[in-house]
Design a protein around this ligand. Structure first.
Ligand code: SF4
Ligand code: SF4
Length: 189
């Protein structure tokens, strides 16, 4: 099977991290909550449809899982509108290695090169009823973007009440997120 991130990655891009967004509150995002409450609703757009962009580097990997990619967008199966990898209970069947946009969720890089939280996730109940800072709930997503050492530095900085901070993101992830943002902009998603 294809995999992402085969090589040791050294190239980095500096981005700004918004402390305001990192301290936004969420509920813990775990399989129990997904199965009993949210059913993975953030995997769908406001019309209940599939909304996943796929960076060029990921296409072969997604295809190896049986996914169909058209113009940078993951396609639903013919008889449904949502993600082909989403199980009935809302969990993701690619949980250990999902598309990069999902792996870094709910974070995203905006046009000002700042790490923020996607608007869609701010509309979810897990945010509205949340009590835990995003950088804690989604620490795993920070690791995907920054690696262990850099994400630990970010985490500690925020844990000590620090404000906005510059950090070095893996260049390939940065390129994927930039590509995804442009695709969404073109599709007006
Ligand atoms: S981020 Fe929120 S809506 Fe999405 S799976 Fe986690 S708990 Fe559910
Ligand atoms: S790949 Fe997984 S995480 Fe991404 S939208 Fe589909 S079900 Fe959700």
């Amino acid at each position: 099977m294809e995999t992402l991130f085969k090589k040791k990655r050294t190239n980095r891009v500096t981005v700004k991290i918004s402390a305001k967004y990192m301290n936004t509150l969420f509920r813990e995002c775990n399989s129990v909550y997904v199965k009993t409450h949210c059913k993975g609703i953030c995997c769908r757009n406001s019309k209940g449809k599939l909304n996943v962009t796929i960076a060029p580097r990921e296409v072969r990997y997604i295809q190896s899982l049986g996914g169909i990619v058209k113009e940078g967008t993951l396609q639903p199966k013919t008889d449904q509108q949502w993600c082909p990898f989403q199980k009935q209970n809302g969990l993701c069947s690619t949980h250990k290695n999902p598309p990069i946009g999902c792996a870094v969720s709910p974070f995203n890089i905006n046009a000002n090169n700042t790490l923020i939280i996607r608007y869609r996730n701010l509309c979810m109940n897990c945010h509205k009823t949340g009590t835990i800072a995003a950088y804690k709930v989604f620490e795993r997503s920070l690791r995907v973007m920054f690696g262990k050492r850099e994400s630990n530095r970010i985490y500690l900085h925020l844990d000590n009440g620090g404000g906005d901070i510059m950090a070095s993101m893996f260049k390939d992830v940065w390129e994927d997120l930039t590509y995804n943002r442009n695709i969404r902009k073109n599709n007006k998603q």
